[in-house]
Design a protein around this ligand. Sequence first.
Ligand SMILES: NC(=O)c1ccc[n+]([C@@H]2O[C@H](COP(=O)([O-])OP(=O)(O)OC[C@H]3O[C@@H](n4cnc5c(N)ncnc54)[C@H](O)[C@@H]3O)[C@@H](O)[C@H]2O)c1
Length: 373
Amino acid sequence: MKTLKVGIIGGGLMGREVACAIGRWCALVDFPVRLELTAVCDLVEPTREWFRQVPTVRLLTADYHELLRSDVDFVYVAVPHHLHEAVYLDVLRAGKDLLAEKPFGIDLAAARKIRDTARELGRFVRCSSEFPFLPGAQKVWQFVRSAELGHLLEIRSGFWHASDLDPTKTINWKRQSKFCGAIGVLGDLGMHVAHLPLRLGWRPKRVYAQLQKIYHERPDGKGGMAACDTWDNAQLHCETEVAGAEVPLHLSTKRLAPHEMNTWFIEVLGTERGARFSTKEPKTVWLFERRKEQVWERYDVGHAAGAFPVVTGGIFEAGFSDCFLQMWAAFVAEREGLLGGRFGCVTPDEAVASHEIFAAALQSHAERRAVEI
Ligand SMILES: NC(=O)c1ccc[n+]([C@@H]2O[C@H](COP(=O)([O-])OP(=O)(O)OC[C@H]3O[C@@H](n4cnc5c(N)ncnc54)[C@H](O)[C@@H]3O)[C@@H](O)[C@H]2O)c1
């Protein structure tokens, strides 16, 4: 079986998640390619040391250029946003393919530079966004593409967190604009809510954005306080055109959403049919139908509804690590030309399109008006 060597740059929260996804690769049934994690780069020694338990890792380094000189076939990069552009470009120029973490550059200019460089160099590049790979989200995607929805009424896509409600939560780079970007929470959560609408062809034409900064400082972890200058919540009221009609598209990203622990959701409503899925009810998909009576039907979904078959029982419920594995399978399958009609990872064009929305949202909020995209 073909084996691809993988390198990770940035071994923090997401870098470790990737090591675990690769370790669970045997869960994929009849998948034509095997992965081997061979090289890991992180600046922090204890972070690097964690990867020693992965038997295939041969190179641990603090210098990502050393990793890029190794024989890895492609690289996954999960570093703070202000480093995306430089590191991603170095990966591409080293002749390696790239699975990039979102938001794919700290701003629109960086995203365009990365997309254009990948195109010039002919490198295969995709961006991370795993929630649409959950079985429930897959069912919504398939339903919306095939069902007669009638006149589309509205689309809602959101991703909400709650832990920042706690004002004593210590600051980190994700809450400081110089590392996270001026788009704040949109850089953190925005790609997750844009992926499915963009893939369904629902590009916003204009946006009116409400951005909120709630807490302006947080404990610095050293006994003092530090400025917390990123947008906490962002609600984007957009319009998209579907079949010649303008349809409201709501993109909602919040770090301060009471009692919402990593809640990702999508809802599509038409006059005839509709669909709804939220990770709040992780194995439930709701489908609407206007019959003589109007009904919401409730379906349970398990692993059987995933895009790539796994050994896990078809009725067993899926979670974060499962959709992350499915996303990785989609990346590898697409790179090998084997994706078929299945759902794929965010393309560089879609990543740039998401940044165009976020840049317009910043302008909209600053000028308190709707902005054309
Ligand atoms: N897909 C998702 O669900 C998801 C979730 C969280 C974060 N992310 C994204 O992943 C990326 C990383 O986020 P995280 O939560 O893993 O952050 P993190 O802070 O946990 O990890 C980042 C790591 O990068 C390392 N690093 C920094 N500079 C480096 C350099 N020059 N060379 C090598 N390593 C370096 C740090 O030491 C740290 O270990 C961000 O782009 C973030 O938006 C994605």
